[in-house]
Write a protein that binds this ligand. Structure first.
Ligand SMILES: Nc1ncnc2c1ncn2[C@@H]1O[C@H](COP(=O)(O)OP(=O)(O)OP(=O)(O)O)[C@@H](O)[C@H]1O
Length: 328
């Protein structure tokens, strides 16, 4: 890739790079790779600027940023370009949060974590060149799903992918701390990308005490203002898995005081449509202490079986899609 600064593929590696690429896409991808390899940035330090990119359609808008589809001029490599105005960041007093997000996200390289490919700034703006997740926020898909919830196989697959991403974060001494469907993006291949590391933190051994994250997802130790460690992310994964399956988080209530009180009492109910496997997994995560590990989640039998069913569902959908295309 034009953006990587170490371990570069050369022309000799092209046959290897194209191994899993369908026949009909081989030539355009080969041409793009060749263009990337001939870019001044390839393998060398390079000062990117907005002049290197053609900006296209808007993909979305956040509190401080607007995100556009953008194309790198030389290689035609597509990215999602997040543009933030320095003045707005200053007014919102979030400069440090943004710098932390950049610093942490540029170090993390995992298939289920949104890649920050490069970043640069000019007098008034900061630009983040991000990997594209073309299906956008997972939250939108949850809201559009029947009864605002995913079926068990789909929930199991997504739970696995988030557990995998969080496990990688923890191995790299990073706690995400703000897991929720709004902070997860979906790709065209039905894969999740964890985004928004604005609240994440390095975890140098000692426990932390900052209250952050979203109320519905806060673990009891954070609600009570106690010290906490990276197992807060396991709690959030339990809430997320519940929300996938039920359509709303388990401690949701009309006021934030009630939500906090319910979290402290672990006052929640499992709807009758949940399978015993799903309940067992969630109850292993939504504990005050002794939460199951992320590796336990990834090897859990409900998760494994659900993933296999989801893979078969997608294969079936793809087959139908191809048949419909052929018939039209
Ligand atoms: N990499 C991406 N690929 C595709 N769409 C994206 C990508 N990043 C962001 N978007 C879209 O742009 C929207 C805004 O993203 P952004 O990261 O600025 O905001 P946010 O995280 O939702 O909000 P905030 O951090 O301000 O609370 C997202 O909701 C999503 O729809």
């Amino acid at each position: 890739m034009a953006f990587t600064r170490t371990k570069h593929a050369t022309r000799d590696h092209l046959p290897h790079l194209l191994i899993n690429v369908p026949e009909e896409h081989q030539e355009p991808i080969k041409q793009m790779c060749l263009k990337m390899m001939s870019h001044d940035a390839y393998g060398k330090p390079y000062q990117w600027t907005s002049r290197d990119f053609d900006m296209g359609a808007p993909l979305g808008r956040g509190k401080f940023g607007r995100v556009y589809l953008a194309r790198e001029r030389h290689s035609h490599f597509m990215v999602a370009m997040k543009v933030m105005f320095k003045e707005e960041l200053r007014k919102g007093n979030v400069q440090r949060q943004v710098l932390r997000e950049i610093e942490i996200q540029s170090r993390l390289k995992h298939p289920n974590i949104l890649r920050l490919l490069t970043w640069f700034h000019d007098e008034s703006r900061i630009y983040l060149a991000l990997e594209i997740a073309s299906e956008g926020e997972l939250f939108k898909h949850l809201r559009n799903a029947p009864n605002h919830r995913f079926d068990e196989p789909r929930s199991a697959k997504y739970t696995y992918q988030v557990a995998n991403a969080l496990n990688y974060c923890h191995l790299n001494n990073v706690i995400h701390r703000d897991l929720k469907p709004e902070n997860i993006l979906l790709t065209s291949t039905d894969d999740l990308k964890l985004a928004d590391f604005g609240w994440s933190a390095h975890t140098p051994n000692n426990k932390r005490k900052t209250m952050c994250g979203t109320l519905d997802y806060l673990p009891p130790e954070m609600v009570s203002g106690h010290f906490y460690d990276d197992s807060v992310d396991q709690w959030c994964l339990g809430i997320l898995c519940f929300e996938f399956l039920v359509g709303s988080p388990p401690f949701e209530s009309s006021t934030s005081e009630n939500t906090q009180a319910k979290i402290k009492r672990l006052d929640m109910h499992y709807p009758s449509h949940l399978s015993p496997g799903a309940k067992e997994l969630i109850s292993g995560l939504l504990r005050r202490e002794g939460r199951i590990s992320l590796v336990d989640v990834m090897t859990n039998s409900w998760v494994k079986e659900g993933m296999a069913i989801r893979a078969a569902q997608l294969q079936q959908q793809n087959k139908k899609g191809k048949e419909n295309l052929a018939n039209n």
